[in-house]
Design a protein around this ligand. Sequence first.
Ligand code: C5P
Length: 330
Amino acid sequence: ATNGAGAGAGAGEDSRTVTVRVPAKVNVQLAVGGIRPDGFHGLANVFLAVSLYDEVSATPAATPRLTVSGADAGQVPLDDSNLAVRAARALATHHGLGESDPVHLHLSKDIPVAGGMAGGSADAAGALLACDALWNTRTSHDELLALCAELGSDVPFSLLGGAALGRGRGELLTPLEVGGTFHWVFAVADGGLSTPAVYGECDRLREASGGGATVADVGEPEPAPALLDALRTGDATALAAALAPHGGGSSSNDLQSAALSLRPSLAATLHAGTAAGALAALVSGSGPTCAFLTKDADSAETVAAALLASGTCRTARRATGPAPGATVVG
Ligand code: C5P
């Protein structure tokens, strides 16, 4: 599937193309604090990059344009709301280039769209890096991270990759050591969920249960020490225990109950994966993608096949983490 007029290089475009590969992420912990005065939620966000990738290409063009290919291409906005377009523009403005160097951005999408795996953030980080290489603007790593943070809370992590603790609204990153490779399966749902809607539902559920939703009534979010230990030692069984710390439906992802409230059918998806032998199941970020941690590559294959056969998801994808951050590949 292709979205946008003519996915290839258009008339008048030269052949200098820079291509950047950017990973998806899963939040192994998403501790959500209260609403801040700026409307964002304070977070303790433990990101893990996984080996599902989008590729972002930038080619000089007569006028700016955006094209998208991949199974979900039709769901990606082509207007100025697209984060990749905004990223290219932000970099041009940062270097005082104005509209002088128009580019054709092409997104080759493999990350689920609006799936809670930071696909839009990946495209923004990819566009920044691709345009920086194309324009030879040599932006420092810290400046790139600052530009990423302006574009969205998850964009700095898409640039960095690996694993990291995100504080603030998720943009203040501390890289984390990971002592092994974790094997995951991702159950992709039909249709996405809106991130603001899921945060809003989280606040609504908290208020309804009498907990309140502002910074004053919700405590400071903290990463779980056992979860950080499990990442450091690369111990999948220990990580699984930290993902679902009290068994049953409990989750290290504070947005999980909100995603389930908006999309009750996800409960069956989570159950299908655990019934097939996954060590732990949780909603990825704001969902609706569900993430399953498995013992090894063989178990991931079994769980993916069972999820597909269960009819509780559109598709099931295997991936490993940690994966490298945004990288120029051509
Ligand atoms: O930063 P980003 O644009 O990705 O955030 C999208 C939306 O998600 C925000 O407008 C806000 O509604 C919600 N959000 C939040 N707290 C965060 C991050 C995101 O409430 N820390």
